[in-house]
Each structure stands twice: as structure tokens, then as C-alpha cells.
Ligand binder design. Structure first.
Ligand SMILES: [Zn+2]
Length: 501
């Protein structure tokens, strides 16, 4: 099935061939799982693979049937549009940017609010907006449509649950930092059946109990409400409960909110914060972890949260919609904290693995669509000599060793990012292709260069899930002829006028 995702004409040829038998093609996705590694540049994806496996190609999404580039520019006037040749321009600049392409991708980037809004609504908006347009007007978002279709819905994040990316799938607000109002809508509006993420007011960055609660990510009133026996949602906090939800020994009726015993992010803010760690430095206590020391023992992994969420929502016969975010990849990329970026990306990769396992065990690819992407690049990490060699890839130093990397920014980029999709309706993404970026092939070796814009994800998912009338696909003349040909042929066979070749 993989080969024919190469180009539209090839896809068309395959369309006809597939009119005969095909399982997930054209199937409706009852279950949709959207997984976002926030701020994961292509170099970040490679770093995690090199550290964990010593090679690329071993990630759960590497075998997915759809691989596309995805551009992420936010709303702007005039609208900035991605251009491969300027984004990958190797002309030396003679300044701290080194090459023209580096300078290009550092300008005009999106934040996670605008990128998330493009994903949840299909509309480009200004930075800072939560499912609202550039003027601040609320926009309908996909979770509402999924809920209205009878599916169960949820968001899971490794950072604050009312932070930008989970927020756009559960609230509308013209200001991303209006956390209390965002949390209030997520908890009380009823669009979400499940919320998991950071933000527990009683715990610090190392999982320690605080003397005085801190209401950063939700208000004191909403915290009291979710702690009340008849509150709007059932609260779980302990690692034990998250693991019990994941192994099925704990079942919760109704709406569920899971806030682990941590301030705002699972592991990335734990002490000591060393960036970057030199693995060969004397006294590096434990090289089993990219940053050289153990994880906090009292918080679940993103994989455990993902499995628990799928178990909870998967009870619904009408299907589910779940967004899972690896949010601290972005936080650590801003800090150019190589070891922590790797930890966070690996945690995300394992969560994707958990989702694939859930599909295999409790569902099928004929009824489930799984999409893996980032919302924008961050830090432009490349090879250690990429100040001299344009777009040099990350240097592989083997399994368990920090890879060689040079960070070119502490902020988001407009680089072409990587998207993977698999299962029911995944072919809908092909209809959103807006251009060809040959460097995705020549430099990254990722795909045939085809890419979509971030605003194409929403209609592709809606088409796959049968939410809205599928966007009409302008079939080129050749396609119609082929279809007619197949139809006539089938007719002749039925009438016995044509014998099998
Ligand atoms: Zn960011």
C-alpha cells in the first residue's frame, strides 16, 4: 500500500486499482488519534533515534503509509507562503546565520497557539490565539464536531493541560495565557470527556508536595470542583492510578481529569537542569538517561497516559477523538537542552508506540486513523559542522551516546516539518498536497517531496472521519477515463463478453 503514496498521478492509478479490493482505503475513521510532538524539528527526530537505537528508521511511525512535509506559517498580511528554494538556500550570509536558508526559516514563525488553531479549526490565525480568528472571534473546532458525532473526546499533554496545544482542542480564547478561563471552559463546557496534563496546584517541579498550592493552570474554584465527589469530572493524580487505568484494573465512569503529581511538566523541569550534559564529563552519574540522571518516580510516562486515555474513551461504541501532545520537546528545544530534548522526544515516540499497540490490540487500521506530526520546528538543530556545511545532518554517535548537534536558534522556525499518517482515511491527506519540496528528498531522504500546509490537516481528518462532506477532489481527465475504463471492463466481464487475461 505504501508505494502509491508517491504522487497524485501514481495515487490516481492506485485509486483505480484499489477500487477492486482495499481494506482501510476509503474506510471511515471511527477513531482518530492525533499525536503532536511540539516544536520537533527534523533534527530532533533524528537525535532521539540515534540515542535510542543508534540508527534511524526504527520509530513506530517510520512504517506509516503516508509521509508528507507540512508547512506551518501563521496568518500574516500579506500571507507568507513557504518557498522550498529560499528555505533551503545554501548561499553563505557571512554573519551569525551562516546560510540564507537558515535566516529564512528563522523569520515569521508560528507559535503553538496559532499552529494548534490551524489544526483544530483549519483556519490560519495570528500568534497567541486559541481556536479564534485573527480578530479574536471564536471559531468552531474539531473536538466539538467529533463530540456531536457521538464520539468520545480527549486531550493528553506532558505540559500544563490548559497550555496552547491542548487548549485549542477544548476552548476558545483570544489570549493563550488566559489559563484560568481556558481551563474553566475545558473542564465545564463538556466538549471534552477526558483531560490529562500538568498543572496540579499541590506539587512542584520535582514532584514534591508544596506547602501552599499554586493555581497557575486552573483556578482555585475549578480545582475545588474537580475534587468534589459530584464535580464535573473525576480526578486521578497518582502514578498508580494512571497505570491502573492503562492496564485496565481501574475504570472510571463519566468524564475524567488526570493531573499527575507535578507542577507543569512530567520530567523536563526536574533538578538538576544541566544543558547540555557532556557524557564524558567526570562524575556523569548515569548515562542510562540522556541527561545523566534518573527520572522522577512519582509521575506517569506519556505512553501510560496515552494508553489509559484510549482505554477510557475506547469504551464508546461510536468511536473516539484523542489529541496527545509531547509538549516539553518544545520547552527543551527553546533551551537547546540536547539531553532533555532527546528524553522528551523518546517519551513521545513511546506514546506513539503505545497508541499503535492499542490499535493492534483493541481496534484495527480499518477503523482507526493515527496522525503524527509537529506543530512547528524549533531551534533548527543540525550537524556539529552545520555552520560550515549547509544543512549538515545530525551526527550519529551510536546508541546511548549524545549525538553531535549544533543549534541555530532558540526559537520556532518555518522549516518544512514531517508528518506521518496511517489507517482509515489516511489517503485523505494526499488531497491536501499543495506543493513539492525536492529537499525533503535530496537532503532529508524523507519522502517524494510532497507537502501540505498545516491548514490541510483539519479537512483531511474531517473527511477521514466522515464529519463533513468530503472536500470534492478535482479528478484530472486521465483519472475519469481510467475510472470509466474500469467500469466498462467490469461490465463486459459480468456479461462474459471479455475473457480474463
Ligand atoms: Zn515554543
Amino acid at each position: 500500500m505504501k508505494e502509491h503514496f508517491r504522487s497524485r498521478t501514481a495515487a490516481m492509478a492506485t485509486v483505480c486499482a484499489l477500487i477492486v479490493p482495499s481494506s482501510s482505503f476509503g474506510a471511515t475513521a471511527e477513531n482518530v488519534i492525533l499525536m503532536i510532538s511540539d516544536g520537533a524539528s527534523w533534527g530532533t527526530v533524528d537525535m532521539a533515534s540515534y540515542w535510542e537505537f543508534g540508527e534511524k528508521g526504527r520509530q513506530p511511525y517510520d512504517g506509516f503509509s503516508v509521509k508528507l512535509g507540512m508547512t506551518t506559517e501563521p496568518y500574516s498580511e500579506p500571507q507568507q507562503v513557504y518557498d522550498p528554494d529560499t528555505a533551503w538556500d545554501t548561499t553563505p550570509t557571512g554573519d551569525e546565520d551562516y546560510f540564507a536558508g537558515y535566516k529564512t526559516i528563522k523569520q515569521g514563525s508560528t507559535d503553538s497557539a496559532a499552529a494548534g488553531t490551524a489544526l483544530s479549526t483549519g483556519v490560519k490565525t495570528s500568534n497567541g490565539r486559541i481556536s479564534s480568528d485573527p480578530e479574536g472571534n471564536a471559531l468552531p473546532f474539531i473536538t466539538q464536531e467529533m463530540k456531536a458525532s457521538g464520539r468520545s473526546t480527549g486531550v493528553v499533554s506532558s505540559v500544563g493541560f490548559s497550555h496552547a496545544t491542548p487548549a485549542v482542542f477544548g476552548a476558545q480564547n483570544e489570549r493563550r495565557n488566559d489559563y484560568h478561563a481556558i481551563a474553566n471552559q475545558m473542564i465545564n463546557e463538556g466538549t471534552l470527556d477526558l483531560i490529562m496534563g500538568g498543572g496540579n496546584p499541590n506539587f512542584g517541579d520535582n514532584g514534591q508536595l508544596l506547602g501552599t498550592p499554586e493555581y497557575n493552570w486552573l483556578s482555585e474554584e475549578d480545582w475545588a470542583a474537580v475534587n468534589a465527589p459530584d464535580g464535573p469530572m473525576t480526578l486521578i493524580q497518582t502514578k498508580t492510578d494512571f497505570e491502573a487505568l492503562a492496564d485496565g484494573s481501574l475504570e472510571v465512569d463519566g468524564r475524567l481529569i488526570g493531573l499527575p503529581e507535578i507542577r507543569e511538566t512530567l520530567q523536563a523541569s526536574r533538578d538538576p537542569f544541566t544543558t547540555p550534559l557532556d557524557p564524558n564529563a567526570p562524575g556523569s552519574p548515569n548515562l542510562g538517561f540522556p541527561v545523566g540522571h534518573e527520572m522522577l518516580p512519582n509521575v506517569p510516562t506519556l505512553a501510560t497516559m496515552t494508553t489509559g486515555a484510549l482505554n477510557h474513551l475506547g469504551k464508546d461504541e461510536d468511536g473516539l477523538f484523542l489529541m496527545v501532545e509531547g509538549g516539553a520537546v518544545d520547552w527543551m528545544a527553546h533551551a537547546n537542552a540536547t539531553g532533555r530534548v532527546i528524553e522528551e522526544q523518546i517519551d513521545f515516540n513511546h506514546a506513539v508506540g503505545a497508541a499503535v499497540d492499542w490499535v493492534t490490540e483493541y481496534s484495527t487500521w480499518e477503523e482507526t486513523l493515527l496522525v503524527v506530526l509537529t506543530d512547528h520546528g524549533n531551534g533548527a538543530p543540525m550537524g556539529p559542522n552545520s555552520d560550515k556545511i549547509p544543512f549538515e545532518p545530525i551526527q550519529n554517535n551510536g546508541q546511548g551516546n549524545l549525538p553531535g548537534v549544533l543549534w541555530h536558534s532558540g526559537n520556532h522556525t518555518t522549516e518544512n516539518t514531517l508528518l506521518w499518517a496511517n489507517g482509515a482515511g489516511s489517503e485523505e491527506f494526499l488531497d491536501m498536497i499543495v506543493g513539492q519540496d525536492p529537499y525533503l528528498t535530496s537532503i532529508l531522504g524523507f519522502n517524494d517531496g510532497s507537502y501540505i500546509d498545516i491548514t490541510g490537516v483539519n479537512p483531511a481528518i474531517r473527511n477521514a472521519a466522515g464529519l463533513a462532506t468530503p472536500t470534492p477532489v478535482p479528478l484530472p481527465a486521465a483519472g475519469w477515463l481510467l475510472l470509466v475504463g474500469v467500469g466498462v471492463l467490469a461490465g463486459l466481464r459480468r456479461s462474459g463478453l471479455a475473457s480474463r487475461p
